[in-house]
Write a protein that binds this ligand. Structure first.
Ligand SMILES: *[C@@H]1O[C@H](CO)[C@@H](O)[C@H](O)[C@H]1NC(C)=O
Ligand SMILES: *[C@@H]1O[C@H](CO)[C@@H](O)[C@H](O)[C@H]1NC(C)=O
Ligand SMILES: *[C@@H]1O[C@H](CO)[C@@H](O)[C@H](O)[C@H]1NC(C)=O
Ligand SMILES: *[C@@H]1O[C@H](CO)[C@@H](O)[C@H](O)[C@H]1NC(C)=O
Ligand SMILES: *[C@@H]1O[C@H](CO)[C@@H](O)[C@H](O)[C@H]1NC(C)=O
Ligand SMILES: *[C@@H]1O[C@H](CO)[C@@H](O)[C@H](O)[C@H]1NC(C)=O
Ligand SMILES: *[C@@H]1O[C@H](CO)[C@@H](O)[C@H](O)[C@H]1NC(C)=O
Length: 863
């Protein structure tokens, strides 16, 4: 408390002097420190507070007619006689101060001292409306403003009797006019101090209309070092300011550190950076590195200029701290604020990597969420700081808040990025600024806070439920429960198998399959391309013959489970069919269980878009699964592995021409139907868990079939280029993994939807899901393509082989579907059923477009 009181005495200090010394542009500007309703006074720290009664600011008649100097009865002796608390000006009708200024952005700071009565009137009787005009229109900074109510409401987080309101207003003319008036005629308003400070032109570059025209925007100097807000968080709409705008500072925090008093601010702007502890919204507060500032390095202002924020802000931070990865992935640090509803907000986050153990990019990559909507990911301050420590950067975000009647909650969440190639998981934040942006009509004013105990009190601050609600969580719980029981049943059946198999493999085959071998009839809607639906129990001898003793020449695929061979095998006493033979790695014990699980799963699943299991072999520790052979290989082969040598009968030949766009669409639709059947077609939820382009196979008629389903995965794909790190708990393939699954370790069928969305982008762009050697922002296809989609540049990354073929309207739809699938929150992704429907619609769009073109073309052809 004492610190805070002391810090206030510094708030008003050295402003003009520092501004003159530090801000080069301020040489030609006028800064003001005005003591309202009182004579010019020098404060204890030698700040000169000039009297407001100055003919330059307003004609003396206007002072007389509209205002009076208050008789102040000070209730707190420690403030007595100290500017700006020594006097006050009272307005009984509208009064304009007109300050000569040089054009440019200005901070307008107003001081309201509440521990006093003015003219024997208690402070709760004053309601002020304040308008500002710097030449680009009138902005209502305050409307019906009660300093008393604000002081009471914020007294726990800012225990001072002085309310400071700070605004940023653009002066485009040589005058900045501030008009004070009582809200209701016949009532009163007061102010104690006014401060006007020039701000560097590009520090908060959100004042002026931004033309979307490239040439004119390149003439503007860019916002200095700060990554500007591109989209409006939550709406995906591109963000740009189309009108003159004024800002109000809502909060300015020194995260993890103590208050930075105005005297210590950089750039001479006398900004106060408050400690953030009062605003931590969740239970987890993280850790504060360098609490005693023992680790003070030179902050190198090579990217942002020194006036962006003082080094005291960068020296402290909040991180997650010494917890294990699993804990950090599940948790987050959230700051929550009560704000006025009905406005756009600008959020500026200040980052500076100060941890000496961070020596490389990707050691700290995290996501930023605003009101639970993802605003950013792969934020890596070390990397952003040109791979140098102690180099501050900042990033801006904009969000619209239109919830609630008057007050709403604004939360900012940092949580580690789930990038599965990351071995470190943590976040960092050094500073935080939130600004409210004026409405189209120039209004910035919100309602007064409602004090606790007031019967009209609508809502506790920050008590609004987070977006996204609780229903979706409930759904996940149910699904997890369902999945749990599916897995449990499968395990029970599988252990029964083990017992049976121990007894005798042959007996087991006999029991399961009636002697005529037709034990499994098609019960599903889809049917199968096999002549009959059998599950054979093959002898090892048969398998050895078929694969020429597991000859590597017969290998058509390799995975974490082992190798897949091609072979021909005789069934039902004569029919020879081509099969794919999956030989599980005998070394894996876990493999045995999954092997049996897959048999149980597969024998009960029949669908035209699922690869059929023909039989299996379990002899001498060999675990072999025999599938219908898919002669055209994997979907991936047709997208970008154009020179595959894996098919022994097509050695040395570039095997496939690129697939046409319509073929790709059909393949996606079919695979989606297969997955839809898996999710819902059997009366239980079966989650594939490893949807990717190598698990979608094509039969000789180009019909797509999903393979490798069930819980058959033993390890990650060993595909080229894929990094090897995968959490031991989370299974799946890197680049396809649902971030929510990584975070919560809870699998839902929406995880398959995510992976399928990655496949859709793969189909569109013909590139792998992960390409670690590309620049950071392109490594992960899902994120890269999603960003391109949001920025409207998706067409630029479309596979050149289909770029001309794809109808723009179809591309738009397809991009939209894929984007929905890879949304961060499972609850916001569509179901596979919806995906099927959307893709069919996309195909229709494509066909309609082609037909139209044909008609047009033919009509042009002269007779
Ligand atoms: C203020 O100025 C006076 C006279 O110039 C000087 O004696 C005093 O030390 C100064 N006080 C501070 C706090 O700088
Ligand atoms: C304030 O009240 C005191 C005592 O009631 C009175 O003497 C004084 O004149 C009043 N001042 C004003 C400005 O009304
Ligand atoms: C500010 O007020 C002065 C004096 O009343 C007036 O001449 C000027 O036009 C006003 N400027 C703006 C930008 O409103
Ligand atoms: C920081 O200072 C406090 C109080 O002086 C002390 O108790 C604490 O151990 C110090 N922490 C570190 C990490 O030096
Ligand atoms: C991680 O830490 C949490 C609590 O700090 C603990 O409950 C959990 O068991 C740990 N997990 C692992 C995998 O070590
Ligand atoms: C943050 O963590 C809390 C639990 O610690 C959780 O309830 C909340 O959903 C998380 N928020 C986000 C945006 O991840
Ligand atoms: C002004 O604010 C007060 C307190 O919040 C409220 O009771 C009053 O109705 C408001 N008046 C107007 C005109 O908005």
């Amino acid at each position: 408390m004492i610190n805070l009181l002391q810090s206030f005495s510094y708030i008003i200090s050295l402003v003009t002097l520092i501004a003159l010394l530090i801000t080069p542009s301020s040489c030609k500007t006028n800064n003001y420190l005005i003591n309202c309703g009182a004579p010019t006074t020098t404060s204890a720290d030698n700040q000169t507070w000039n009297t407001d009664e100055n003919p330059t600011f307003a004609p003396s008649t206007s002072y007389k007619d509209n205002t009076k100097v208050a008789h102040v009865i000070n209730e707190d002796p420690s403030y007595s006689g100290k500017p700006p608390c020594s006097g006050a000006r009272i307005f009984h009708s509208p009064f304009t101060y007109s300050f000569p200024v040089s054009p440019g952005p200005k901070i307008v700071r107003l001081y309201f001292y509440t521990s006093a009565t003015y003219d024997n009137t208690s402070v709760d009787n004053f309601f002020l409306t304040l308008k500002a005009d710097g030449g680009s229109g009138s902005f209502t900074l305050l409307g019906n403003f009660s300093a008393y109510l604000h002081q009471q409401f914020f007294k726990n987080s800012i225990p001072l009797p002085i309310v400071v309101k700070e605004f940023l207003v653009m002066a485009t003319s040589s005058r900045l006019n501030l008009t004070f008036s009582p809200t209701l005629t016949g009532s009163l308003a007061f102010v104690n101090g006014i401060e006007i400070i020039a701000v560097p032109d590009n520090l908060y570059d959100y004042f002026n209309p931004q033309s979307s025209d490239e040439t004119s925007s390149s003439n503007r100097s860019p916002p200095i070092g700060c990554f500007p807000a591109k989209t409006n968080v939550g709406s995906q709409l591109p963000f740009s300011i189309l009108r003159p705008t004024a800002l109000e500072t809502v909060r300015r925090l020194n995260v993890g550190g103590s208050d930075v008093i105005s005297e210590m601010d950089s750039g001479g702007m006398s900004r106060t950076w408050y400690n953030d502890a009062n605003y931590i919204g969740g239970n987890f507060k993280g850790a504060i590195p360098n609490p005693n500032r023992t680790l003070i390095t030179d902050i190198s202002y090579t990217i942002v200029p020194k006036y962006t924020a003082p080094n005291l802000v960068y020296w402290t931070a909040r991180i997650m701290g010494p917890y294990n990865n699993s804990f950090k992935l599940k948790n987050n640090i959230t700051w929550a604020f009560s704000v006025d509803s009905g406005f756009d907000y600008l959020i500026r986050l200040h980052f500076c990597e100060i941890d000496p153990s961070v020596t490389n990019r990707r050691q700290r990559e995290f996501e930023v969420l605003v009101n639970n909507e993802q605003a950013d990911n792969e934020v890596d301050p070390f990397h952003l700081g040109n791979s140098l420590r102690s180099t501050p950067v900042c990033k801006d975000y904009v969000t619209s808040i239109y919830e609630g009647s008057s007050k709403a909650s604004l939360s900012i969440t940092l949580r580690p990025d789930t990038g599965s190639y990351l071995t470190y998981h943590d976040v960092i934040l050094n500073g935080l600024e939130i600004f409210k942006m004026s409405q189209p009509n120039g209004n910035l004013a919100g309602p007064n806070p409602v004090l606790p105990g007031d019967p009209n009190r609508p809502n506790k601050p920050n008590s609004l439920p987070p977006r996204g609600g609780t229903n979706s969580n409930h759904l996940i719980e149910i699904l997890v429960g369902v999945l749990g029981s599916v897995v449990f049943i499968a395990l029970v059946i599988a252990s029964a198998f083990c017992w049976l198999l121990r007894e005798s493999s042959q007996n087991y085959c006999k029991r399961l399959l009636p002697s005529n071998g037709s034990g499994f009839s098609s019960t599903s809607s889809g049917g199968s391309s096999l002549p009959s639906h059998l599950c054979h129990c093959f002898t090892l001898q048969q398998i050895m013959v078929a694969t020429n003793n597991f000859d590597d020449h017969f290998v058509i695929g390799v995975g974490g489970f082992g190798k897949v061979y091609k072979g021909s095998i005789t069934i039902n006493g004569g029919t020879e069919i081509m099969v794919a033979i999956k030989r599980l790695n005998p070394s894996s014990k876990q493999g045995a269980l999954e092997f049996h699980t897959e048999i149980v799963m597969l024998t009960t699943l029949r669908h035209v878009h699922l690869v059929s299991l023909i039989g299996f072999c379990d002899e001498n520790g060999e675990m072999v699964l025999v599938y219908d052979y898919m002669p055209l290989g994997t979907l991936q082969d047709h997208l970008y592995h154009k020179y595959s040598f894996r098919h022994s009968d097509k050695m040395d030949t570039p095997i496939y021409a690129p697939m046409s766009w319509k073929q790709r669409l059909l393949t996606c639709i079919r695979a989606a139907r297969g997955l839809h059947y898996l999710h819902t077609g059997t009366g239980r939820v079966i989650i594939h868990r490893d949807v990717k382009s190598t698990n979608i196979l094509l039969d000789k008629n180009w019909i797509a079939k999903v393979s490798d389903f069930g819980i058959s995965k033993v390890g990650p794909s060993m595909k080229e280029g894929a990094p090897t790190y995968v959490s031991t708990i989370v299974k799946g393939s890197i680049g396809y993994l649902d971030p929510e699954y990584i975070r919560l370790k809870q699998l839902t069928e929406k995880s398959d939807v995510y992976s399928f969305g990655v496949v859709l982008f793969e189909v569109l762009c013909a590139r792998p899901a992960m390409m670690p050697l590309l620049p950071n922002e392109q490594v992960n296809l899902a994120r890269y393509a999603k960003r391109c989609y949001e920025e409207g540049t998706l067409h630029e990354i479309v596979d050149p082989n289909v770029r001309d073929e794809i109808a723009p309207v179809c591309l738009r739809k397809f991009g939209e579907i894929a984007e929905m699938c890879v949304r961060d929150q499972g609850s916001k992704r569509p179901s596979m059923e919806e995906v099927v429907w959307y893709l069919e619609f996309a195909l229709k769009l494509q066909e309609t477009d082609e037909n139209n073109n044909e008609i047009t073309t033919s009509s042009i052809i002269p007779n």
